[in-house]
Write a protein that binds this ligand. Structure first.
Ligand code: FES
Length: 124
């Protein structure tokens, strides 16, 4: 960690959309993800059974609209992105860290700073 409260992650150019890199921030592992051109950082510890939640697939969130009895549920991808824990599939919003089905389960989030072409996580 540097004096300015930033932990270096990687050059910005090393990230493709959907990529995740894991760094140590203090005693926590943090997954830094790129989704739709934006960076997000969440604690890499699933509230289910402690799995590496940020190391799963990063993808747009699939949502359904119930149109009534006997009608098909219409599905589409939203503008929100999720990451799904590779152990049992719990999914979390990459921006808020909230579990998509129960917002009482949250991965703590961290601020991401891109400075001079390098991605950092803020410790503050
Ligand atoms: S440990 Fe993450 S879904 Fe079970």
């Amino acid at each position: 960690m540097s004096d300015d409260g930033l932990v270096e992650v990687a050059p910005e150019a090393d990230f493709e959309d959907g990529d995740t890199k894991v760094v140590e921030v203090g005693r926590a592992e943090v997954g830094v993800m790129k989704a739709d051109g934006e960076f997000y950082a969440l604690r890499n510890q699933c509230p289910h059974q402690g799995g590496p939640a940020c190391e799963g697939l990063v993808e747009p969130r699939l949502v359904g609209e119930w149109k009534g009895p006997g009608k098909r549920v219409e599905q589409h991808y939203s503008d929100d992105y999720i990451v799904s824990c590779p152990w049992h599939g719990w999914s979390f919003d990459v921006e808020t860290g909230e579990h998509i089905g129960d917002s009482s389960y949250v991965l703590p989030s961290y601020e991401v700073v891109v400075k001079d072409g390098t991605v950092f996580v803020s410790t503050e």
